[in-house]
Design a protein around this ligand. Sequence first.
Ligand SMILES: C[S@@+](CC[C@H](N)C(=O)[O-])C[C@H]1O[C@@H](n2cnc3c(N)ncnc32)[C@H](O)[C@@H]1O
Length: 286
Amino acid sequence: MKNEDIPSAKHHAAWPRDARQHALRIAEAVERTWSHAYASDHAHIPVSTVAVLCLLQPPEPDSLSTRELFNSVSSAEFAHTCRATWRAVITAQPDLIPNLYPMLAWLWNNPENTVVDAVKAVADTAVNTGLLTLSHGDRNHQVDLLGPLLALLRSDSARTGRGQIYTPACVAEFMAALVTPEENSSFCEPAAGTGEMLRAAAEAMRHNGKDPRTVTWVAGDIDELAVACLAVNSLLWNLGPNTIFGVGNTLTEDWVTRAVRQRNECTTIAQDIIQAQIALAALTYP
Ligand SMILES: C[S@@+](CC[C@H](N)C(=O)[O-])C[C@H]1O[C@@H](n2cnc3c(N)ncnc32)[C@H](O)[C@@H]1O
């Protein structure tokens, strides 16, 4: 097949033009695939899989050949890609390790073959419904790709019990337009979910020619998986390095102090490991 014959995903007739409708369509397809392939809850696994695909950012996300390449790798190879992706992410931003841990720990915990196969089925579904197109570059600033999936994967009772009904994007954008953060300010959201309010605030700043990477984003939620999604979203939405994300009951706990302490501890440990690796390499140099 010649390059010009490859249909562009951007014009795939079956996919909604509206990014949020498309994100919801992908989330519904992924949820269906996960519940067929692995009849158990474990929402962190499909959410983690979709997060990896969002983070990968292949150079030609719209091409059929990219989708075929993803579909052709084995389950084990895809699991390896997931581990390599998380390793690259936490090497670049070790401060996010406490937040991302619920999304990545299972991969190093000898997942059964049935899980690894179900993960590959989820990845194929996400790729074939256009996730790579929607998650690419600045396009993902328009949409939360993880929030709708997390909401669908939670049972109705769990969702209602936690009050996990996320603010519609248009409402978040309206509020962000009314109160747009200034550069070098801080923005605090104590019940952040997967971060729609942060996304809307960052977009409003960009719209006004301001740089959201200068803001200190402080956000928490009682749901550790929502905070893990928030941490991934902070990378996808390019919120910058000043993020303090915490898990806890933000009504009763000093979650900010704890989040800052965990962030600092992880950064220090990562620096110590790098120093130790360099020292070991120097000591064992032939
Ligand atoms: C209505 S959602 C709003 C999420 C987000 N702010 C948005 O606009 O989409 C409420 C969020 O608050 C979280 N939550 C509920 N009670 C909480 C508590 N006591 N402490 C921290 N988070 C809480 C839920 O887990 C849920 O993610």
